[in-house]
Design a binder for this molecule. Sequence first.
Ligand SMILES: [Zn+2]
Length: 145
Amino acid sequence: MRRAAFTVDVDRDVNVPLSGALPAGSAPRDGDGSPRFSSSARGLVLLVDALDELGIRGTFFLEAEAAQHIAAEVDLRRLLRGHEVASHGFSHEDLTGKSTGLPLNGEERENIIDRAAETIRDLTGVLPRGSARRISTSMMPCTNY
Ligand SMILES: [Zn+2]
């Protein structure tokens, strides 16, 4: 039997850290770097449908704020049934502070992680047991560790 792991970070559109701000933005479009979520729901549904057709379980690292936007369009409990749900922060925060210039203490990091986990649990019915954290390099905007 062959096995493979399929993981997806479910983010805001083209996330980018913002200097001096905890929540991430989106790559500027027409000079506007405000967070956008227009492709998040569409992309998630396409991926889950493809995996379901192939009988492959995925692990979806949900950014809680993105999940809130997606949940306005999609029943996340139904969509992600049978897949693993994990956390990807609340607003795609840079928990290292290297990209934002906002270093966080342990309590602040824990509060973000807990708030994200509670929000994801409320939206999916699953308390995330794993998480993916952002590290700060421009070549690798999202890395799980
Ligand atoms: Zn990400």
